[in-house]
Write a protein that binds this ligand. Structure first.
Ligand code: SF4
Length: 383
């Protein structure tokens, strides 16, 4: 594609129009440094217009309550079978202790997700031993003591797991989780919303339509979600753009139908394969993400999605803090959270670490010469 055509696509985005999937693919296929720099500059300008100069961060803590999981995703180094070395299942006291520590360290958010553990059914409350009651007890363990914490919890895959185990609808599960105290849901388990690809990387996971249905149902019920993409493995530019298009359509649909909430942010999650299962690792042929590829996709995601989803976040766990800081020049307006502990990517061999102090996040933002602000999970600035 000629430089003139790339200019036309970028000008279209700068004029506030949606670019087409074909135009998005054309941007992703650029290899000339000058064209890539034009894409970066456009993404940065759109970031300024759509999200402003301030770079935000959130003080949060991850709690991954178990790594025992019935599924076997081909990129996952976190999962274990019950009884395996390294398998764990946090008890109620450990969960409460982690939440207490998070509050002591200034957290406003707990992000809680875990493996799909069929034995959860047995751990539900005595009155009703089903999976939902186990998840409700997880929520109450945190929210009864710390009602002020924003609980960002349970992926669409976990919603489907509970619904399947207890023979409930997705709406019933989401409404019950919200009633118990979940404030928003992570848009994880999306990986790449392309069923042929999902058959290779996560064959047991919910398909694309189910992911979209559950997230759309959450929005309809007033439960905000985030959105993510697992990139940098065996997906094509067409599949990357197809994924972004599905997110854009979902967000537009939430607006068209007047849903009370929608997607709050987009997070790019580059694949870390060092300790991932061998077949996919061998196919990908490297252990760590290629920063340049991640940055180009970061910029194209801003150009393709920014009008509809204005908040874009890189993953410092996967890219390292230096890589995430660089992403602030490629369309991102947020640097993520302190996390306090991170298991899923760290177990895959990520080199970014599993906890960052607020001062490190602030210093990283300072390096790109932009002001910073602490935010809550829903992107409201905090003093
Ligand atoms: S990615 Fe999630 S669902 Fe897949 S194996 Fe790992 S823990 Fe289980």
């Amino acid at each position: 594609m000629s430089a003139k055509t790339i200019d036309a696509i970028l000008n279209k985005a700068l004029a506030g129009e949606d670019i087409s999937p074909e135009e998005g693919v054309a941007l992703l296929e650029q290899t000339e440094p000058a064209a890539i720099e034009d894409i970066r500059v456009t993404a940065d300008a759109l970031r300024r217009e759509q999200a402003g100069e301030i770079v935000t961060y959130v003080i949060n803590r991850n709690i991954n309550f178990t790594n025992i999981c019935e599924q076997h995703c081909n990129f996952c180094a976190f999962r274990r079978d019950a009884g395996d070395r390294g398998a764990y299942w946090l008890d109620w006291g450990q969960i409460e202790e982690k939440a207490t520590d998070a509050v002591r360290r200034g957290a406003t958010e707990i992000c809680m997700q875990g493996g799909l553990n069929p034995e959860a059914k047995e751990k539900g409350t005595k009155e009703k031993a089903n999976s939902l009651s186990y998840y409700q007890k997880l929520i109450r363990t945190i929210k009864d003591k710390f009602p002020q914490l924003h609980l960002h919890a349970f992926s669409p895959q976990e919603v489907q797991f509970i619904a399947r185990e207890d023979d409930l609808s997705y709406s019933e599960v989401i409404a019950a989780l919200r009633e118990a105290g979940v404030d928003s849901m992570p848009g994880t388990a999306a990986e790449v919303l392309d069923d042929r690809l999902r058959q290779v990387i996560c064959p047991e996971k919910i398909n694309s339509a189910t992911w979209l249905e559950i997230v759309g149902t959450a929005h309809k019920l007033g439960m905000p979600t985030t959105s993510t993409m697992l990139c940098g493995h065996i997906e094509t530019p067409q599949q990357q753009i197809g994924h972004l298009r599905s997110l854009r359509d979902l967000q537009q649909n939430a607006g068209d139908r007047g849903y009370p909430t929608a997607i709050t942010e987009f997070i790019l999650l580059p694949f870390v394969g060092e300790k991932a299962p061998a077949p996919l690792r061998r196919r990908v042929g490297r252990d760590q993400p290629i920063l340049a590829d991640s940055l180009l996709l970061t910029a194209v995601a801003r150009i393709f999605l920014g009008r509809w989803i204005p908040n874009h976040q890189p993953s410092w766990v996967k890219l390292g803090l230096a890589g995430a800081t660089e992403a602030l020049n490629w369309g991102c307006n947020d640097i993520g959270g302190t996390l306090m502990e991170e298991h899923i990517t760290t177990m895959a061999g990520a080199q970014g670490g599993s906890c960052l102090e607020v001062s490190s996040l602030q210093a990283a933002i300072g390096e790109v010469g932009r002001p910073y602000a602490q935010r809550d999970t829903l992107y409201r600035h905090l003093k």
